[in-house]
Design a protein around this ligand. Structure first.
Ligand code: NAP
Length: 238
């Protein structure tokens, strides 16, 4: 089902690939104007091409979503071209596999910078637009590993656990404002990130009740609902 997002402006980070691209395409189908932010400019441009081919509106911005100055510049460009930002999907992330004793301090900091500090900076940058409008949606892409743990991912699971905590804290703080904060924690979704992981995804799929790994569109559908008008009484939820 397509829900109308009334031409609102949505920023989707890491939307040049995988889950982010599917979210961008789905929100565009639901009539949002999409700012596709990604560190990979070619991937972002390809997502915009796909959205426009389907009749939607989108712009590509090459940005490191952990860099404060780059985030501010990307937000200003988005506002100038598409208007105030109403929907933010913090999806960009990295997911290395490293045995705990081999994680050096720089790698730990890098994972936290991109997966946790990035969403913190992005939220601070765009929240004023939402508060001024009395309407906003922040959707954070966390991970099922926060509940289950994940082998050799002490850095990654720490970052996603932090993002889950931030989502809940901000949901409480901003509940009266009309801005909701929710999260979607993917399990095993078929993307370049999963295919690069030291995991036999197809063998793992056979252990799942549905006998298949998820598709990026499965996550996009949940995000579309949380971004919609119908989800206005849902905040702080997974
Ligand atoms: P993906 O295919 O690797 O896509 C992620 C995109 O984000 C890539 O285009 C990547 O660019 C970009 N990116 C990385 N660092 C960035 C940065 N600093 N600034 C801007 N863009 C950046 O991964 P995915 O599987 O779609 O994952 C999307 C999100 O879902 C991530 O947060 C991930 O942790 C989460 N997740 C995925 C799964 C899964 O099974 N796939 C499971 C749980 C959670 P480069 O390719 O150039 O790095």
């Amino acid at each position: 089902m397509t829900r109308s997002l009334n031409g609102r402006t949505a920023v989707v980070t890491g939307a040049g690939s995988g889950i982010g691209r599917a979210i961008a395409l789905r929100l565009a189908e639901d009539t949002a104007k999409i700012a596709v932010w990604d560190i990979n400019g070619e991937g972002a441009a390809e997502t915009v091409r796909l959205i426009e081919a389907a009749g939607g509106t989108a712009i590509a911005i090459t940005a490191d979503c952990s860099d404060k100055a780059a985030i501010h510049a990307a937000a200003e460009e988005t506002r100038a071209k598409l208007g105030p930002i109403a929907i933010l999907v913090n999806n960009a992330g990295i997911a290395p596999f490293t045995p705990f004793m081999d994680i050096d301090d720089d790698l730990f900091d890098k994972v936290i910078h991109i997966n946790l500090r990035g969403p913190y900076l992005l939220t601070k940058e765009v929240l004023p637009d939402m508060l001024a409008a009395g309407w906003g949606r922040v959707i954070n892409i966390t991970s099922s590993s926060v509940q289950s743990g994940s082998f050799a991912q002490g850095h990654y699971v720490s970052s996603k656990g932090g993002l889950m905590g931030m989502t809940k804290a901000l949901a409480l703080e901003f509940a009266p404002s009309g801005v909701t904060f929710n999260m979607v924690p993917p399990g095993f979704i078929d993307t370049p990130m999963l295919r690069a992981a030291p995991i036999d995804a197809d063998a793992f799929a056979q252990t799942l009740p549905m006998k298949r790994i998820g598709k990026p569109e499965d996550i996009a559908a949940a995000c579309a609902y949380l971004a919609s008008e119908e989800a206005s009484y849902i905040t702080g939820q997974t």
